[in-house]
Ligand binder design. Sequence first.
Ligand SMILES: [Zn+2]
Length: 341
Amino acid sequence: MSSARVMCSVPLTLQSAACPLCGSPSADLFLAAPDRYHWRSEVYRMLRCSGCCCVWTADPPAPKNMAFHYGEDYHRAIRAGGERDAAARWKVPRRTIARYKKSGCILDIGCSSGGFLKTMNGWSLHGIELDPKTAERARMNVSGDIFVGNALEAPFAQDTFDVITCFDVLEHFYEPLELVRKIATWLKPGGVFYMRVPNVASWEARLLRSYWFGLELPRHLFHFSPSAVRNLMRSTGMEELSLTAKGTYIEPSVAYLRTRLVERLGFTPVPLVAAPEPGIAWKAVRKCIRALVLEPFGGIAGMAGAGACLDALFRKPGPSGTPGRAGFTGDAPVTSDGEGV
Ligand SMILES: [Zn+2]
């Protein structure tokens, strides 16, 4: 955490069994799992709110200790992922945004090294990145404004952006409700918020349990389902444009199972974070497995609304739209995951 004003203790809302988003006192143990990405032994508990479906990591590391749970290897992997084949990787998000907005002022929260922003030609570009080293790289890649630090402290004025994106980021926040309230403020009336988070209600998450890659403990502090996203966003008064659940994390999840097998056989496993780049032969085999098994599985899961990645678009009501609500005090929350996805 680079900002001096960032709290160094876990927010009170995450230290109790009450839901950090809706305040409901009724929560059950959802799952317990370690950090399989670094292959560490400490186990973290996740609780699930029976009111708004939110799942959160109970008693996570304090912000001042979180750097240890990311590490330079993690940041390097994320930067590489965002920059590799950027034009192709970000084609679908670009096309999705173009359905609603053709140009204007865009903010990417958690912009990493600017892989996505760099592809948004013709837009006024703004990014937020917490890691100073990664932000430095974003400044080199993107001709725009990059804020370095905690998004909650970014100094943007009300009604500034036409589009705000947040890809695989909201689940890392200690206070996602505060962030979406900020987003609702920063958007112009009629502006679009586009978020992507892992779907904890996906088929593969249910099947693989603690081995599911999307858990990313303890870096993921919240674990969203379609119902939880709807309840969270509805609390800001934003209107749903679309919510889909496609894609798969089967490949890295299987790597976790393989690592566990290596360990059970008495060998020292290489954690995914330190896995070497695969050779050409293995890349070819992997390409076949993707085409024959993973893509069909991901496609079927997506058609059933049970894929691993939730893509959600919401719009801030225009001047004549419904005024925003201040909290989880409006309509009854959605409590059935997967419905209508
Ligand atoms: Zn709740």
